[in-house]
Design a protein around this ligand. Structure first.
Ligand SMILES: NC(=O)c1ccc[n+]([C@@H]2O[C@H](COP(=O)([O-])OP(=O)(O)OC[C@H]3O[C@@H](n4cnc5c(N)ncnc54)[C@H](OP(=O)(O)O)[C@@H]3O)[C@@H](O)[C@H]2O)c1
Length: 324
């Protein structure tokens, strides 16, 4: 009998990347994959969640659906991030248990770890201390997924687990300036600077202003790489404990490097400046992928500048469907 996998959040950045790898490199004939978005059912509503899962009757689930956003969106909407994500996660895991789904992989994030901590962060530290003020709502909702997973294991012997990605970027990201993360936000703003026909300034004299000092350090994973690892987690990783899915510590980059890589991908000829009146967020949140490397020592991550180029090219070629 073939395995039926349902992916919640299947229309988003990560969901669409999983769809792509499932149709190409990760294809298997004994699996049927179904990708759903918010139009298929509102997962903040228990009844609607039950109807959706009854309709597809999956054996396995990758649960990605969430209210997601960048630093500035989080800072202004902490209550909504907490409540919506708690509702979605509680409904999805409860209904998975009710209909006897035997494996669920849900999604946490490295940005939910304690603000004051030692580095590198690892999987044992999820609940150690207060998250950063800017995203306490999102962080606590995500941390509770791990609490739910432990509860479903202890009371019902369920294998519901979680992955912890670092910052993700790639095709089908949300480029809307009010909600976007740093990379799609920069891509969208630079595109507008280059294509602003309301001014006569030649491109050489145009200025790409980056928010903050440019000094914070971040690990970024290309969505197609994460997709392959998420599929591997569903098929092979049999522990309830979270697993960090991140590039190596040596691959951490500054926000300034991100801005310069995006400018290079656009072949931007103007200047880059930094607006230090804007918040930087956490200086760094280096995560260790030692656990992942113990299972997948040879996994090859796409090089950052190469993946940024693919992402910018996708953005330029898909202006009609870009979320912005
Ligand atoms: N992006 C990152 O840098 C990052 C980093 C670490 C972890 N994560 C986690 O990765 C997962 C996927 O994130 P993403 O970046 O792919 O997000 P995304 O592109 O914003 O996609 C979010 C997905 O969730 C769905 N969704 C939102 N609210 C819903 C609701 N009430 N009912 C049903 N579906 C709903 C959306 O459906 P529609 O589009 O159809 O409305 C969409 O498919 C999330 O759990 C996120 O927390 C993301």
């Amino acid at each position: 009998m073939s395995t039926r996998v349902l992916v919640t959040g299947g229309t988003g950045l990560v969901g669409s990347a999983i769809r792509h790898v499932i149709q190409t490199t990760e294809k298997r004939n004994d699996e049927e994959w179904i990708f759903v978005g918010s139009k298929d059912g509102d997962l903040t509503d228990l009844q609607s969640t039950r109807e959706l899962f009854e309709k597809y009757k999956p054996n396995k689930v990758i649960h990605l659906a969430a209210m997601v956003g960048g630093l500035f969106y989080n800072m202004n909407n902490n209550l909504d991030f907490l409540r919506k994500n708690m509702l979605i996660n509680d409904n999805v895991l409860l209904v998975c248990h009710e209909i006897n789904v035997n494996k669920v992989v849900s999604c946490l994030s490295t940005c939910i770890f304690p603000d004051k901590t030692t580095y590198p962060i690892d999987e044992t530290m999820v609940h150690n201390g207060l998250p950063h003020d800017s995203n306490f709502g999102y962080s606590y909702a995500k941390r509770l997924i791990d609490v739910l997973n432990r509860g479903y294991f202890e009371q019902h012997n369920r294998l519901y687990t979680s992955i912890v990605p670092c910052n993700i970027y790639g095709p089908n990201d949300n480029f809307n300036p009010t909600a976007s993360h740093v990379i799609p936000g920069m891509i969208h703003r630079l595109y507008n600077i280059i294509n602003d026909n309301t001014v006569d300034t030649p491109q050489e004299e145009r200025v790409f202003t980056v928010w903050g000092s440019g000094k914070p350090l971040r690990q970024f994973i290309y969505s197609l790489d994460l997709a392959k690892l998420a599929v591997w987690t569903l098929r092979e990783y049999d522990s309830v404990s979270p697993i960090i899915l991140s590039v190596d510590e040596a691959d951490e980059v500054t926000i300034e490097f991100v801005a310069r890589s995006i400018a290079k991908a656009f072949d931007f000829k103007g200047r880059i400046e930094f607006d230090t009146t804007k918040a930087d967020g956490q200086h760094k949140k280096t995560a260790s992928n030692t656990k992942l490397r113990s299972y997948r020592p040879d996994f090859q991550f796409t090089k950052f500048e190469e993946a940024i180029k693919y992402t910018v090219d996708w953005y330029l070629q898909n202006q009609d469907k870009v979320r912005k």
